[in-house]
Design a protein around this ligand. Structure first.
Ligand SMILES: *Cc1c(COP(=O)(O)O)cnc(C)c1O
Length: 364
């Protein structure tokens, strides 16, 4: 069976350095905070160009902390994409606010910026564009709308750390941005992890406090917060992985290009806009008869995945919102047809050839 994301090969390459780094953390018996976390935050900030990088416990908590820092509460509305991982909308509802979903583009699967304005009401507080599958949304257009209506923009960059938009990095382009270090993301750790990015000092200070029980000094608590710290061990691992990350991003381009060259006549391959560079968190194609195709591929040892089969508004947890699914024709079509192929910077030439051969057979 081909590895869907080949994290085993990645570990083999970095094993010596990772074992040294983790052994140092174990030997120092300093598991929370410390130099590794500080160094990671510096490295993340240097990499993406955001002034402040704040490490935290997951991509979900990074989103939650961002909304908490803005005092989002019951009655507020937050505009976001109808097509994302559940967490994007979950955190909005967790704070009692209402997610307001916008349909997506048919090419890059990101929020359709031209449909945002019609959803803005006096209750709207923020927009969360998701930079899906490793490609940023149209952030200039979204920032412009936000400015016009005095809204905050939070880029959900869980899948796009390292991506570029007009020669700038994802995570540096909006009031706030969040990413995830879940193992399967472009920059993954060895468990759960995440980070928040901002250029605003006051938001950075508040988020730092919120992720540590709202503490401002030892045993002095200004806010109702969370325990949402990143483990030191994960920071030590990420500091190693970051050294290889730009090379991995380059390899991702090469592997994606080969897929696209050889599959474009057989299926709809990913569209990367001219002013963007994708980190291909997923390499997605569009197919009909998806389940039959997946079964046939699996029989040949080619695993596939579906990101995502169900639109956010169609989730049971949001049924009380009584959203009309007919308002989301593109999301509905994409949910039915999208298919992720095995992809990582460690996909071997032989494995990629096999995916292409078997996919081509199965689709005809
Ligand atoms: C993975 C993901 C999240 C959540 O990140 P976790 O680290 O798993 O909590 C949020 N949004 C998107 C778009 C994601 O892909």
């Amino acid at each position: 069976m081909i590895e869907f994301i080949n994290l085993k090969s990645q570990y083999q390459k970095m094993q010596k350095e990772i074992l040294e780094a983790t052994d140092r953390v174990f030997s120092n018996a300093s598991f929370i905070g410390g130099k590794d976390i500080e160094l990671l935050e510096q490295n993340l900030s240097n990499f993406c160009g955001a002034k402040y990088a704040i490490a935290c416990s997951s991509g979900t908590d990074a989103l939650l902390l961002s909304l908490m820092a803005l005092d989002i509460k019951a009655g507020d509305e937050i505009i976001t994409s109808a097509f994302s991982f559940y967490a994007t909308a979950e955190v909005i509802a967790l704070l009692g606010a209402t997610p307001v979903f916008v349909d997506i583009n048919d090419d890059d699967y990101n929020i359709n910026a031209s449909k945002i304005e019609e959803k803005i009401t006096p209750k709207t507080k923020a927009i969360i564009p998701v930079s899906l599958f490793g490609q940023t949304a149209d952030l200039d257009a979204i920032n412009q709308i936000a400015q016009k209506y005095s809204l905050i923009v939070i880029e959900d960059a869980a899948q796009s750390f390292g991506a570029m938009y007009k020669n700038k990095r994802s995570c540096s382009l909006t009031d706030l941005a969040t990413t995830s270090f879940f193992p399967a993301k472009p920059l993954g750790c060895y468990g759960d992890g995440g980070a928040v990015f901002t250029n605003h000092e006051s938001l950075a200070t508040k988020i730092r406090s919120l992720l540590n029980h709202g503490q401002t000094q030892r045993y002095k608590h200004k806010y109702i917060g969370l325990n949402a710290r990143l483990d030191t061990i994960q920071a030590a691992i990420l500091n190693i992985k970051l050294k290889y990350f730009q090379n991995e991003i380059n390899t991702r381009q090469d592997i994606a290009q080969i897929y696209t060259q050889r599959l474009a006549t057989k299926t709809k391959t990913p569209v990367t806009k001219d002013d963007r560079l994708s980190v291909y968190a997923q390499y997605c194609v569009r197919v009909s008869h998806r389940e039959k195709l997946q079964e046939a591929l699996l029989k040949q040892g080619v695993p596939t995945a579906v990101h995502y089969p169900i639109a956010l508004f169609a989730q049971e947890a949001f049924s009380h919102l009584k959203i009309n699914k007919n308002d989301y024709p593109v999301t509905n079509a994409v949910c039915a047809e999208i298919l992720s192929l095995p992809f990582s910077p460690y996909l071997s030439v032989e494995d990629q050839n096999k995916v292409i051969t078997e996919f081509s057979k199965a689709i005809s």
